[in-house]
Design a protein around this ligand. Sequence first.
Ligand SMILES: [Zn+2]
Ligand SMILES: [Zn+2]
Length: 368
Amino acid sequence: MTTAHQVVFVAPGRMEVQEHPVPSIGPDDLTMRVRRVGICATDVHLLDGHLGDPFPVVPGHEFVGEVDRIGADAALARGLRPGDRIAVEMLVPCGRCDRCRQGRYNVCEDDDRAAGGRGRQYGVNMGGDRAPGFWGGYAETLFVPGEAIVHRIPSHVDWDAAALVEPLAVASRCVRRGRVGPGDRVAIIGPGPIGLLAAAAARAAGADEVVLLGTRASRLELGLSFGADDTIDTSAETDVVAALRSTLGGRTADVVIETAGSAEAQVQAVRLTRRGGRTVLAGALGSGRPVTFRQDEDILVREVEIVASFLSAGGYEPALALLARGDFPFARLVSHRFPLERAAEALELVRHKRDGVIKALLVPQRAG
Ligand SMILES: [Zn+2]
Ligand SMILES: [Zn+2]
């Protein structure tokens, strides 16, 4: 019997590398050999127990790899065979609820109790004890049932760049939710991986001017390679609205995308939006924290449209197209690579933002 290794978060603050038999597959299923998996701040929150109680859970939702074994019906339906390079979406839609039927499978209404009302997400809320296991990317193998959404990775996109497909899909959804189009002036708050990728996605969507706002000079600098025309170091400005106005020739932004995940950034996002413009709130604050807006001055009389953008639904197609075009130096975002058994060290690096980390990856399979 073949076995595979995976990292299991067994309880808050406790993780182990475990070896389990690779599950057998039915006609609709496949298994994927994981080539790269991105480490996300979400994984740190998951380990700390801030995302409910999914334990035991195999983390990792930013994975790419190649088809290992595939059932006959899956091979036919998906047009895939062993060895094909694929990206599997982290959201597993039920395909039956009203939201899934609308294509909004990021807010799938199935599985409410088991998953805390968030639908099924690989590496986040699909418990490690749910049969047949292998529901997370920190592993040599991933189990992929018939309802999972699978995309082919173009052959010229290398694994490091391909590993950015999930955060780029999240960024692409933000841009789509903000209806960014030709001529738009776009401000993006937060120069983390999602913010940098949102700059690239906004540029690709035709934005006229893209301004990246944040506090880390090296990150802001990097933004200039990812579609940003200008940057604003918000820690150096007493009036950020005035700073954006002066950058944009007296105007504020048609669309503001907030990816920083702080209450302050969300309030700022609304104020940086022009009258009648659109604010996209995409950052997670951590559970239960309220945000206070000046409803009349900042929202009502300026009729600012505020939308949320959650996860990656509909984002993989534009993300893969963008990766395939290669207009941006995506692989530069990959700052670190670790083998599976050093996952704990990698998570601490991400937690403390040490060593200039941008995106750290695990490389579970040695070859390739
Ligand atoms: Zn993530
Ligand atoms: Zn659903």
